[in-house]
Design a protein around this ligand. Structure first.
Ligand SMILES: [Zn+2]
Length: 155
């Protein structure tokens, strides 16, 4: 339980920093340096404590320069058509020029949205031993088949 509470405080801190970055830009769109400082601090904390941040949040922060990406203020957002006629969203950071691309596929599921990513589902997924015994059972079968194949030409 103690670990959970500790994480909760860290997440609250990350949440605060993220909101502070938004507030800084909302007050003055030229406050990009301050917003970047908040986002950099947020990134450093999440890295040091190994806290996974939600993809929806990660997508709004530039990977290269840690600028908070707000369409029309610190980033440009375009809809493009890539190969195979697939549409994609292209987000470009205005301060460093880094480009993020996201395919517009409604069927695409993020890893965090998949049931296997949830910790409570992973315990049921932990049916490793039964799977292992299955493969171990299979192996001798292959071996015996190989043996018979090998012995048949000599006879
Ligand atoms: Zn950038």
């Amino acid at each position: 339980m103690a670990g959970n509470i500790k994480d909760k405080e860290a997440y609250q801190r990350l949440n605060f920093l993220y909101q502070a970055a938004h507030c800084a830009l909302a007050q003055n769109p030229e406050n990009t340096e301050l917003a970047r400082f908040y986002c950099l601090t947020q990134k450093t904390i999440s890295k040091r404590l190994v806290l996974r941040q939600d993809p929806s949040l990660k997508r709004t922060i530039c990977k290269k320069c840690c600028t908070l990406l707000i369409p029309g203020v610190t980033s440009t957002v375009l809809q493009k058509r890539g190969p195979m006629r697939q549409r994609k969203t292209v987000v470009r950071c205005l301060s460093c020029g880094l480009i993020k691309q996201f395919p517009n596929n409604p069927k695409h599921e993020l890893w965090v949205d998949q049931p296997e990513a949830q910790l409570e589902n992973q315990t049921s997924h932990d049916a490793g031993p039964s799977l292992k015994s299955k493969t171990q059972k299979k192996k001798p079968d292959i071996g015996s088949a190989y043996m018979t194949a090998k012995t048949s030409p000599t006879v």
